[in-house]
Structures are given as C-alpha cells and as structure tokens.
Design a protein around this ligand. Structure first.
Ligand SMILES: [Zn+2]
Length: 335
C-alpha cells in the first residue's frame, strides 16, 4: 500500500468509526483550545493510534487530513507546517495579533473571535472609514464599534476594534468621543492625489499613470510623512508602490528615504505592518526598521472570511530576526 492509499483508507475507517474525531483536541493541536474532547473523540483517537500502528503513519497526519476538509473557511488549516511555525515563533517569545481583519465579505467579529480561540493568534477587527467607504459617518462608526463590543462581550473576550482611515481629515471630521472609543487606527498610503474626475486617486487601479517615477516618488514621500503625522497607530503596507513602478523598488526606496520614513514612525509611535498578502515592505526595509528601533504589527487584510496564508509573517520574522521587543504594543494615538 502506498502512503497515500494507506492514508485514504485510514481516513475512511476513521470516518466510519466516528465522525466526531474530527473535532477532538490532540496533543499536536493544543492551540485549538475550543475543540471538544468527548467520549466519541477519544474512541476515534484510540482507533487512530491502533490503526496507525499497523499502517506506519502518524495519527496527527490523519486527524489533520480529516479535519481540514470540513473546517470553517475562517480558521487556519491544521497543517504540520503551520503548527511548527507557530511553535517556533512562540519559542522566540512572540505572540501574534492580527490587527488587519476587515469585517467585510462575510467576515464578522464573531468569526474573528472563533479564529482566535482556535489558533491562539489574537484577533482585532477594523473596517474602512472615509467618504467613499463603508464607515462614512459617525453613525456607521458607532455601529461598527458596537458590533465588535457586543461580540466580545458575548464571548467574554477582549476584541480590539479599529478603523482604517482613507481620507486625510478623518481626525477632524469624526466625533472625537467615538474616536476615543477605538483601540487603534490604521492607515496605508495607497490613496494619493485626485483623478481627472476629482476623486481620490486609488494607486492600485490600473488606470494610474506615472510618467516620471522620480518626481512621483518625491510627492509620495511627502504623502507618507504627512500620514505618519496623523494620530494613527499602524502604518499598513509600508513602502507600497503601484504596479507600474514596483519593479523599481530598490532604486526608488533609497536608504535615505527608508530612514526618513522609519524615523518618523518611531518618533510618532506608529507601528509598521507586516501584511500577509503584500510583497511590501521588502526584507531590507524590515531589517533597517528593526535596527532603528521601529516596532512591527501584523495583519492579514482580508477581502472575505477565508483565512489567509501567513507565510509572509513567519518569513519576515526569520529574515529580520524579529524578537518580542520588536513587536508593537498597539494603542490609540488619537487624543
Ligand atoms: Zn485594509
């Protein structure tokens, strides 16, 4: 029997024996604290071990395989690689919080709390604020905060709630009493200037044209520094460049520019985000930021309720030798 066919047979037998084994908590998945261990689960586990003995493969593999097919999309897959990487960063004394979970596309504060309980990676929720965005007035902001607080209260957990600000006058436009209820404010630099129609220019749209990359970069640096002077907590996706000029990253992001940006982030107590889905910032920037005393936060930036691959987080920690002292204590900088 090949390993694959043995595994398949084992899976079938385990399923026949008891479907409940899929939800049991095992030694190798101890961070899945909400899993329920019950009598049926124990049966499945014992049978798994016995069958494993004869088949020569680990029950950990089998339980991972049986559970992955039916786990909710917002939970991280129970793979050996993921478990090992989480254990490795835990051994370094690092614990993650995902500060970039949007409540959009089916993602909810409740699902974020479920993911936290399942993975041990703490959750924090936010949504986009601005005139052209879901949180476009005080009432929408109040409802966003209330929904997160309600979910946290009914789960008996803390769930930091934030906003992602997309207009540059957010701190003057929104009710300061509401803003003070937030736990953090996140901003990126991906909207700059205006379109021909007078709308805010979204830099990720293919319609963006940059005829002179160097001149554009000068304006973009001013834009970055201006955002870092807002009372934000996290700069998301730092050193982002639009598609049209991203290939010139190493030339445009000179050490001098990187230093200027990092200095301001450090001075203003703004965390620099390492984002799961983004190629920015590059390792050279992360290493320099660490040397200069910057603090890092982590984020996924979801568009739906599916868990995202966190390889970028783990890779950044390895590449820049990030330790617990480099992780940001994220707090509200708005007063
Ligand atoms: Zn976002």
């Amino acid at each position: 029997m090949t390993k694959h066919s043995k595994n398949s047979l084992q899976i079938c037998l385990l399923r026949l024996f008891h479907a409940k084994s899929r939800e049991t908590q095992t030694a190798e998945s101890r961070w899945h604290r909400q899993s329920r261990m019950n009598f049926c689960g124990i049966c499945g586990l014992v049978f798994g071990f016995l069958f494993t003995f004869f088949c020569g493969i680990s029950s950990a593999d089998t339980l991972a395989a049986t559970s992955s097919a039916e786990r909710p999309a917002w939970l991280y897959p129970q793979t050996e690689v993921f478990r090992r990487r989480l254990e490795k960063i835990a051994a370094r004394g690092i614990s993650f919080t995902d500060y970039h979970i949007h409540t959009r596309g089916g993602m909810t504060p409740e699902k974020a709390l479920h993911r936290e309980a399942d993975s041990g990676i703490r959750s924090a929720v936010l949504e986009n604020e601005g005139r052209e965005w879901p949180l476009n007035d005080n009432a929408a902001l109040a409802a966003h905060i209330a929904a997160a607080r309600r979910a946290a209260a009914s789960a008996g957990k803390a769930l930091p709630v934030g906003i992602q600000v997309n207009d540059r006058d957010w701190y003057k436009r929104l009710d300061p009493k509401l803003l003070r209820q937030l736990d953090y404010v996140l901003a990126d630099t991906m909207i700059m200037g205006e379109t021909a129609e007078g709308k805010p220019q979204r830099l990720w749209l293919p319609s963006l044209k940059i005829p002179d990359a160097d001149a554009w970069m000068e304006a973009y640096m001013r834009h970055n520094l201006r955002i870092l002077d807002e009372p934000i907590s996290i700069l998301a996706n730092p050193t982002y460049l639009p598609d049209g000029i991203a290939a010139q990253y190493d030339r445009l992001w000179t050490p001098a520019r990187m230093k200027t940006l990092i200095e301001k982030a450090v001075r203003n107590n703004v965390a620099l985000e390492i984002q799961a889905g983004s190629p920015f910032p590059k390792p050279a920037f992360i290493r320099l930021a660490r040397q200069m005393g910057a603090k890092f936060s982590f984020g996924t930036n979801n568009f739906d309720d599916k868990a995202r691959d966190l390889s970028k987080w783990f890779d950044a920690i390895d590449a820049a030798d990030i330790g617990p002292a480099d992780i940001a204590v994220v707090k509200l900088n708005f007063r």
